[in-house]
Ligand binder design. Structure first.
Ligand code: NAD
Ligand code: TYD
Length: 351
């Protein structure tokens, strides 16, 4: 079995759902259920003995040590993090605590467990750390996409805290021999995305008749990957990645924010036209820019393709349409998130 941390968040939950849809290997899902953790996303796994959910902190060394000793996993996949740049600007401390101190404590517990393994169990064990392209900083318009050899130049408290965690993971390999793998992925989108991030926020606000806030001039560029492609990349790296290596994950889908919002509006105009027949574009509003806003991210994922044969299944066009369709079909999930009801979901569900 494996242990997944942060498996009630956006990417972690997609990973857990996909994992159990494709294999019978059980997993322990350790998640603190911060504002971003949502058990409702995992409702289809209720009663499934292969999914063992534990509410707890990756920074709780005793808890993690107990889970490792009890379940004896062959791998730990670390998604748990504070992940929203805007929140990191308003309150960086939680980012330092979870992304840096939490990852450190997790590594310590894992190092101790791995040190006690023997033979094949020891040789086959993996610690996979899920990270972001934002650690590489911001690109100019003409710069080549980030490769694994780019310098780390994080610009936000979020990316700085993720960069620190990546460094710790690297150091645990070089110093202690811990069998680690790191993935650095571009911006994800898809089902179960918390509507504080650009794509789900725009879909939600559009349907709610609210403004669609564009920071600055909307010409910042992000490189978008459908979340299920990120999950398949992680599975592939876990299976075949070379120990101590890092792998960039992306789908060659660079888009300016404003173009992403235009695309979302066009799909919504087609699938769910406004009652007054006007385009959702009329709801676009330009607002104050994010401080220190990174201009452009772009991922060169050719190492992952060349060495491990991974390719994304979705283009931006197919993935974004699926995403809008998912949000239209899952209004109750969005409503529970935006109203805050998801926080009471566990209590209600298991009362
Ligand atoms: P998310 O914010 O949706 O989910 C994070 C999850 O971690 C939540 O369920 C939360 O409850 C949990 N968590 C937070 N602190 C914890 C702690 N101390 N102990 C245990 N659990 C804790 O984030 P996401 O978008 O799913 O991102 C997952 C990972 O992928 C993060 O490490 C992030 O840096 C990385 N990443 C995200 C993106 C993206 O576009 N969202 C892109 C590349 C990499
Ligand atoms: P976001 O989804 O927060 O991801 P990240 O900051 O990690 O890239 O933002 C994506 C881009 O969209 C980023 O350039 C900021 C911009 N943005 C807006 O223009 N308006 C918004 O309301 C949000 C949330 C983001």
């Amino acid at each position: 079995m494996i242990i997944v941390t942060g498996g009630a968040g956006f990417i972690g939950a997609n990973f857990v759902l996909d994992w159990l849809a494709q294999s019978d290997e059980a997993l322990v899902n350790l998640d603190i259920l911060s504002y971003a953790g949502n058990r409702e996303t995992l409702a289809s796994l209720d009663g499934d003995a292969r999914h063992i959910f534990v509410q707890g902190d990756i920074g709780d060394k005793e808890l993690v040590a107990r889970l490792l000793a009890e379940h004896r996993p062959r791998a730990v996949v670390n998604f748990a993090a504070e992940s929203h740049v805007d929140r990191s600007i308003h309150g960086p401390e939680a980012f330092i605590q979870t992304n840096i101190v939490g990852t450190f404590n997790l590594l310590e517990a894992v190092r101790s467990y791995w040190g006690g393994l023997e033979g094949e169990d020891k040789a086959n064990f993996r610690f996979l750390h899920v990270s972001t392209d934002e650690v590489y900083g911001s690109l100019g318009k003409e710069d080549p996409a980030f490769t694994e050899n780019n310098r780390y130049e994080p610009n936000s408290p979020y990316s700085a805290s993720k960069a620190a965690s990546d460094h710790l993971v690297r150091a645990y390999h070089h110093t202690y021999g811990l069998p680690v793998l790191t993935t650095n992925c571009s911006n994800n989108y898809g089902p179960y995305h918390f509507p504080e991030k650009l794509i789900p926020l725009v879909i939600h606000n559009a349907l709610a008749g609210k403004e669609l806030p564009i920071y600055g001039d909307g010409q910042q560029i992000r490189d978008w990957l459908y979340v299920k492609d990120h999950c398949s990349a992680i599975r592939r790296v876990l299976e075949a990645g070379v120990l101590g290596e890092t792998y960039n994950v992306g789908g060659w889908n660079e888009k300016a924010n404003l173009d992403v919002v235009y695309t979302l509006c066009a799909i919504l105009d087609e699938l769910n036209p406004r009652a007054d027949a006007q385009s959702y574009k009329t709801q676009i509003t330009f607002v104050k820019d994010r401080p220190g806003h990174d201009k452009r991210y772009a991922i060169d994922a050719s190492k992952l393709e060349r060495e491990l044969g991974w390719k994304p299944a979705e283009t931006f066009e197919t993935g974004i349409r699926k995403t809008v369709q998912w949000y239209l079909a899952n209004a109750a999930w969005v409503e529970n998130v935006t109203s805050g009801n998801y926080r009471n979901w566990v209590a209600k569900q298991y009362a």
